[in-house]
Design a protein around this ligand. Sequence first.
Ligand code: TEU
Ligand code: CA
Length: 536
Amino acid sequence: MQKNWWHKATIYQIYPKSFMDKNGDGIGDLKGITSKLDYLQKLGITALWLSPVYDSPMDDNGYDIANYEAIADIFGDMSDMDELLVEAKKRDIRIIMDLVVNHTSDEHAWFIEARENPESLERDFYIWRDKPNELVSIFGGSAWEYDETSGQYYLHFFSKKQPDLNWENPQLRQKVYDMMNFWIDKGIGGFRMDVIDMIGKIPDQLIDTNGPKLHDYIKEMNQASFGKHDLLTVGETWGATPEIAKQYSNPDNQELSMVFQFEHIGLQHKPDSPKWEYEKELDVSALKAMFNKWQTELELGQGWNSLFWNNHDLPRVLSMWGDTGVYREKSAKALAILLHLMRGTPYIYQGEEIGMTNYPFKTLEELNDIESLNYAKEALEKGASIEVIMDQIRQVGRDNARTPMQWDTSKNAGFSISDKTWLSVNPNYKDINVESALANPESIFYTYQKLVELRKTQDWLVDADFELLETTDKVFAYIRKTKDSSYLIAVNLSDQEQIFDYNFDVEEVVISNTELEPITDQGKLQAWDAICVKVK
Ligand code: TEU
Ligand code: CA
């Protein structure tokens, strides 16, 4: 079975607006990222996934692209991008670009032409109808927007400024592949593919995701662009089941390296409800059952998992499922150990490695995210109270993940010298920041550093089977087994002592966030204990 570099990789996601501001305008930029490469090298990560840095009016923070082959002014220019690629390469770090091809910005030249000239080639790059149907936008309201100029409606599954592309059009598809090759020729390490499961939509049949031609398009894309190169490709697929994920990631199918599946993230909200109806407590049994399913179904050679708790669309996992009080450090390490020792490629979202938390938003004025703002407007109109809305946004709003990276204890946490940053810095930055983390050998940072190192050096993390152990509710324990060795991973996902009477003979401690003895002695796990041991 062929193995690729990304089987032993850990990927670090950067949200460019919030990582590091080098020119002092209050917004992160490419030079800022380059200036922090030594830090990232110290963490040890193999590749960076950059959320979009392309030219964009920033209606959805760059997920609305006006020019795929240019850099947004706020981030710098193409020479800054080239410099980042060169400097990253020197440190053995690859750059994964965000590929947003379900839609463009309405300010993209294709859409401008399509709108102004209904006879143009570009008209058919988008989806136009005389009458809207009942499809709704993920950001609220109808998915159809009336265009005065031509008297037709265009489809937009996200904001009005994000018209959906028409993948049925072969010329459009070729233009996308050419653009991908432009980036591949620059020497990038791969693509993260935004809502890729939506490109096969059939609006007239109300099919948004997993349309009948989806996998044909992906195979065609593979052949026409990245297939000939040793790149990492990861699709964002909210509705993927293990069956679907295998279809994408089985190497024989020549589609993608892996996909992001979101089933575990679904536990953050009430079943079959919008994300805003969040769950106060983690259902640990459900979480175990889900991971068990994904870990056993996607066997090596049959498919490959991606492993993540956080991204730029999700609340901070520590605030959601960990402990932001006395057990902040310990619970952050526990969540990391639990996830990173499973089978798949782990992803770290900026700030996760120092235990950053949600932001205490109090008013709508403090927000930037179009999804939260649209939701608040709609909910207020329907009579919801602002207190309830703000509570929901504090728990699950996307801006929680997007506040500036906390580097040190200086002004704006060292993120920017400007008086105002585009989103406020979390007031807890004096306690939670990179400088303090690096100075403390017991910090969360060093647990992540160790996990990244293990991923590179321990073959069993890739090869071993996964077997869930039967334990009490709050304990998540599993065995990774190869033909010559076994590893036990046991984590207490609560702040209460838990029984753990599994009988094991420790050969070696691989990683832990605790002293091992109490566990072996008492058959118990203390609050947020997490261990990985090689067992006889
Ligand atoms: O996200 C896809 C998506 O479906 C999200 O909008 C998701 O439903 C929501 O964030 C949950 O709160 C991708 C990007 O990751 C996101 O940032 C973009 O806004 C979106 O696509 C449109 O490009
Ligand atoms: Ca800047």
